[in-house]
Design a protein around this ligand. Structure first.
Ligand SMILES: Cc1ncc(C[n+]2csc(CCOP(=O)(O)OP(=O)(O)O)c2C)c(N)n1
Ligand SMILES: [Mg+2]
Length: 336
């Protein structure tokens, strides 16, 4: 075996990720995929009103979140970021409580739509349905962190369509000027609902936008969690050393329609979806782990079985959990 092959085989070790970490990373990805799949079933059974999927984005999100320190750093995510929420601590039960909009939902007590992650204990800033509004908030947290002296790195994520919003450009400009420790993480799935990439932007890469704000932009294969981790780790180290922001663009495939209320057959060729499924990051990452001897069929089945049980219990708990009192809808709306 050549040196390059050996290095390829143990890419995670070369990146400083232990065997245990890389297996945990895989489990977090599987958990998100399986929770997401269960939510689709519950939606189609008429039990959950709505969902936006993470399917196809799992590797990008895992690679990104593992590069952060969840005790110190902050997430300002968007609605697809289930894996990021899981890496920062959110459980299947909490995700289901949110999907059923129950009182115990840690994100908003059932007031927000699912996918609106937000939790003080997990360092996740609660977001709005208005796309990209989380991006200037992330810059604000980074500035506040510098003023207070605790210097968190702040990861904010958004879709490529959302990188056209004014908020992205204002936030990137401010972060660039003040060299703030923010990672702008674009999950480029090449669609904004039904609008394909070619009708969204004229530049080749979303990462190209960074140069206008005086910092680096990097485009990375978002189906490869280790490559995303590598790029992100560099960006995090740069941010921690006063080098300012980075725009990381992870190119991914959306494996589902935009949301449970969308039918993508009217605008997306089926062959394209089939081809995307061949590059499913869960399959390719599982192959990698098998290749380096960390996973085999039996172990994989055990993981899937354990996760299925966890999701069954979470679903049952959340389905039977009480709703919030109606007055709770007004909390934080008026001064008390
Ligand atoms: C300001 C604003 N405009 C429009 C919408 C409706 N909307 C919700 S998601 C979405 C598409 C976003 O696409 P992209 O940023 O590429 O993210 P993706 O869903 O593909 O991950 C739109 C237009 C919104 N929520 N907020
Ligand atoms: Mg998109």
């Amino acid at each position: 075996m050549s040196i390059t092959e050996t290095m390829n085989e143990n890419r995670h070790l070369a990146l400083g990720l232990s065997d245990e970490m890389v297996l945990n990373m895989y489990e977090d990805m599987v958990l998100a995929r399986k929770v997401d799949e269960r939510m689709w079933l519950l939606n189609r059974a008429g039990k959950l009103p709505f969902l936006v999927s993470c399917q196809g984005h799992e590797a990008a999100q895992a690679g990104a979140a593992y590069a952060l320190n969840k005790k110190k750093d902050f997430l300002c995510p968007y609605y697809r970021d289930m894996v990021m929420a899981i890496v920062f601590g959110m459980t299947a039960k909490e995700l289901m409580l949110s999907a059923f909009a129950r009182a115990e939902d840690p994100n908003s007590g059932g007031r927000q739509m699912p996918g609106h992650y937000g939790s003080k204990k997990y360092n996740i800033l609660s977001g709005s349905s208005v796309v990209t509004s989380q991006v200037p908030h992330a810059v604000g947290i980074a500035l506040a962190g510098r003023m207070k002296g605790d210097h968190p790195v702040v990861l904010t994520s958004f879709g490529e369509g959302s990188s056209n919003q004014g908020e992205f450009h204002e936030a990137a400009n401010f972060a660039g000027v003040h060299k703030l420790p923010v990672i702008f993480f674009c999950e480029n799935n090449q669609y904004a609902i039904s609008v394909p990439l070619s009708k969204q932007v004229a530049c080749e890469n979303i990462a190209d936008r960074a140069i206008g704000y005086g910092f680096e932009g990097v485009t990375v294969d978002g189906n490869d969690p280790l490559e995303v981790y590598r790029v992100m780790k560099e960006a995090v180290e740069k941010a921690e050393n006063g080098g300012g922001p980075t725009l990381v663009e992870a190119v991914v495939n959306r494996l589902t329609p935009h949301s449970s209320d969308d039918d993508d057959r009217s605008y997306r060729p089926r062959e394209e979806v089939e081809q995307a499924k061949e590059k499913d990051p869960l399959l390719t990452f599982s192959s990698y782990l098998k290749q380096v001897g960390l996973l085999d069929e039996q172990k994989e089945q055990e993981i899937h079985k354990r996760i299925a049980k966890e999701i069954d219990e979470a679903t049952e708990y959340a389905e039977n959990a009480p709703n919030s009192e109606p007055e709770y809808a007004l909390k934080h709306v008026y001064a008390e």
